[in-house]
Design a protein around this ligand. Sequence first.
Ligand SMILES: Nc1nc2c(c(=O)[nH]1)N[C@@H](CN(C=O)c1ccc(C(=O)N[C@@H](CCC(=O)O)C(=O)O)cc1)CN2
Length: 286
Amino acid sequence: MTATLLDGKATAAEIKDELRIRVKALAERGIIPGLGTVLVGADPGSQAYVNGKHRDCAEVGIASIRRELPADATQQQVDDVLAELNADPACHGYIVQLPLPAHLDTQRVLELIDPDKDADGLHPVNLGRLVLGYDGPLPCTPRGIVELLRRHDVALRGATVAVVGRGNTVGRPLGLLLTRRSENATVTLCHTGTLDLAAHTRAADIVIVAAGVPGLLTAEMINPGAVVVDVGITRVIGADGKGRYTGDVDPEVAETAGALVPMPGGVGPMTRAMLLTNVVERAERD
Ligand SMILES: Nc1nc2c(c(=O)[nH]1)N[C@@H](CN(C=O)c1ccc(C(=O)N[C@@H](CCC(=O)O)C(=O)O)cc1)CN2
């Protein structure tokens, strides 16, 4: 391996240390930040992610508010839980764990979250604020990627960045974030309709892959020395019959890249740290 690994787990731990201090300062003002989670169904992956969020809260002193509904919950039951959290003064921000069961209307659910309590930054009002360059909670994964690169001195100003994937949670908001005046990167947003993906990734200083296609980015597709960020996380069944998570970046990329944000241990822990940051920032505005 030649690439320097940019360790998201260690950076997230640093951020949690900083948040612990800010949470203590809030406590002195009589404010305890509260994060709510809404989990519908019993998908083991989603359960593990929600459990992780509550472990993180306990680590930094944020209060946890958990709401769980069965997989066959009606839209009305979900709407009622959101109305309850919107009205709860102890809840500074909350998330609805995605994906939701197919019979539920994800767009409606995201729109019912009070934009002021939108810890994930995925409400249309907050994504609109991002488009317009206004302040607001930022989506956690894009924010985590930018923060990780910043803390590892990866220059964005003037850099060319290929973002692969145009989803609403990562690719599209990431493109917006990277092209803000404060970041000033030049972004090419690639997607399934892109004709020559490798031509775009090869031309980039930084390649960020959030396509959900295991091994999509191979070593021949990058400029030697490029910075590569693996956002993919797909559950696959290995040759041993056991399930495991795999990223969008082929392992051989580590021989050609200058730096690599790996999966696991890269973007995932940063996503969790940014969720806590969004909640603390919201509580600091009280
Ligand atoms: N409402 C939301 N739903 C979902 C989001 C989200 O940001 N908001 N993102 C993903 C799931 N997710 C958080 O919810 C998440 C996924 C993975 C990780 C993580 O730390 N992964 C590890 C590897 C896997 C593991 O060891 O379990 C890593 O990258 O090191 C954190 C959060 C979809 N749903």
